[in-house]
Ligand binder design. Structure first.
Ligand code: AP5
Ligand code: MG
Length: 191
């Protein structure tokens, strides 16, 4: 049973790397950011609510996010495990996850803030297949919103690094080399 969390600042490569790990391990990849963007595109009530926070670079309220993740990880397809990309993002979400699906490993993709800014400035994400390219920008990749997202990471998400370190689940991976090098290091940890 593998319940793997990908943690890391904006642009660390959570989407890029975790979707490759998901394909190799054949367990579902669940990205809260992708789920919210799909809901926004479909103009559902969830999408309308999420958009208010996402446009400002703030976290979507925990009540909404925790319920969404619970609904997904309790699906049959996640019986043999799953990979979470972008969740949990604060201590309250981490505790909520512990109450219904204990994570087995946590991968922290580590990059300096300047690299985050450079990578996000040149990203393009396919709305259908979710593949990430590097030419253009996502809606929330405007400089002002990136600043707010990075601030939210420092204030709310960084504390969960210690939370998982204490549980001896945390693996810190330098996410500045090439994707292939990063993947090799991750598979050494997971397999
Ligand atoms: P989300 O979509 O999760 O965005 P994020 O965390 O800000 O992270 P990114 O998707 O920007 O970066 P990434 O680490 O996935 O990097 P990527 O692989 O794309 O969340 C968006 C918003 O939704 C949040 O701000 C919040 O409002 C809301 N939300 C989401 N989850 C939530 C939660 N749990 N609770 C509340 N609200 C939530 O790569 C970035 C770029 O770098 C790409 O161009 C890629 O090609 C390039 N790249 C990647 N790896 C490398 C490499 N090794 N070398 C060179 N380039 C690379
Ligand atoms: Mg992402």
């Amino acid at each position: 049973m593998m319940r793997v969390i990908f943690l890391g600042p904006q642009g660390a490569g959570k989407g890029t790397i975790s979707s490759r790990v998901s394909a190799k391990l054949k367990i579902p990849h669940i990205s809260t950011g992708d789920l919210f963007r799909d809901a926004i595109a479909a103009q559902t009530p969830l999408g309308k609510e999420a958009k208010k926070s996402i446009d400002q670079g703030k976290l979507v309220p925990d009540l909404i996010t925790n319920a969404l993740i619970r609904e997904h990880v309790e699906k049959k397809r996640c019986k043999k495990g799953f990979i979470l990309d972008g969740y949990p993002r604060n201590i309250s979400q981490a505790k909520s996850l512990d109450s219904f699906a204990l994570p087995t490993q946590v991968i922290l993709l580590d990059i300096p803030e300047q690299v985050s800014i450079e990578r996000l400035a040149g990203r393009l994400q396919c709305k259908i297949c979710k593949r990430v390219f590097n030419i253009n920008a996502r809606e929330d990749d405007k400089p002002q919103v990136i600043k707010q997202r990075l601030a939210a990471y420092r204030a709310e998400t960084e504390p969960i690094v210690d939370y998982y370190k204490k549980q001896k689940k945390l693996h810190r991976i330098d996410a500045t080399p090439t994707v292939e090098i990063i993947l090799k290091k991750i598979f050494r940890v997971l397999c």
